[in-house]
Ligand binder design. Structure first.
Ligand code: MF3
Ligand code: CO
Length: 271
């Protein structure tokens, strides 16, 4: 499809009432190349964390791993200083849903589950992904949550198709979570990314199939559902203004992939 045909199609879909991305959200081949380099570094940082994370280390030690590795490879940790965030990575433990702040007094214990959310700026281009880690042997309850969360993201990814809708991804994720007795956090979602840390659109993981923005080749966004074992309700730490906790103190897990819509499918850029 030529650029002109693509723009005609967007106009046509728009007149039919579909939500279509602004043209500024469609990355050029040059931008895609540059963002892929950022994403490759982001994956390497997560691999570096995966190699070293263990019981007895503090979440501030994870922060140091991320900061040092990112700087040694020419990148900048995107969270550092972002809207006042004080560290280089988000570390969210057990009942923390997201945006946990690394702390030298928080020591990883056998049985913990933790989300490490790494975001990188390289040559001005942004990438973002997160993984769950089980510290040593974890409870059956925690292990099941991690397994189902991974299945949710994979099913969401499989449901994404060029010219489909963001809601198709949400539907796949939400129904699998519900089938397992879990809930999906509603008010915090994914986002467009690439030229900025957080771009349009907001990506819901509870929207119905066939709703929300059309997936147009050139779009980039994150698939990052937060799955709670109990209620989806949450509260934010009043002291630090960042850390999001489950209201009922249940466990929460999140996995984040950053993806690109192409003419033929969906490409995972970092995970
Ligand atoms: N990485 C998070 C996301 O997926 C954003 C964290 S914002 C920060 O959107 F400031 F806390 F880093
Ligand atoms: Co992230």
């Amino acid at each position: 499809m030529t650029q002109e045909q693509l723009y005609d199609k967007l106009i046509d879909l728009g007149t039919k009432g579909e939500i279509v991305p602004d043209r500024s959200l469609l990355k050029t081949p040059e931008q895609i190349n540059a963002i892929k380099k950022s994403a490759t570094l982001n994956t390497a940082i997560l691999d570096h964390v995966a190699k070293h994370i263990c019981a007895g280390m503090s979440t501030a030690d994870i922060d140091k791993l991320v900061f040092d590795y990112t700087r040694q490879h020419g990148g900048i940790p995107a969270p550092l200083g972002y809207e006042g965030f004080p560290k280089s990575v988000c570390t969210s433990l057990n009942n923390e849903i997201c945006h946990g702040i690394p702390d030298e007094n928080v020591i990883l214990q056998e049985g913990d589950i933790i989300n490490v959310d790494v975001s990188t700026i390289l040559d001005g281009y942004y990438s973002d992904a997160s993984r769950m880690f089980a510290i040593g042997k974890v409870s059956k309850r925690a292990a099941k949550l991690l397994k189902v969360t991974e299945e949710c993201v994979e099913l969401g990814l499989a449901a994404a198709k060029p010219w489909g809708h963001l809601g198709d991804i949400a539907h796949a994720i939400n129904s699998h979570a519900q089938k397992n007795g879990y809930s999906v956090v509603e008010d915090i979602g994914g986002h467009g990314i690439g030229l900025e840390f957080h771009e349009e659109p907001f990506v819901s993981y509870v929207a119905p199939k066939g709703t929300e923005m059309v997936l147009v080749p050139g779009m980039m966004f994150t698939i990052e559902p937060m799955i709670n074992e109990g209620s989806p309700d949450f509260f934010i730490d009043e002291e630090n203004g960042w850390t999001v906790y489950t209201e009922d103190d249940g466990l929460s897990a999140q996995i984040e992939y950053m993806v690109l819509v192409t003419e033929t499918g969906i490409e995972v850029l970092t995970k």
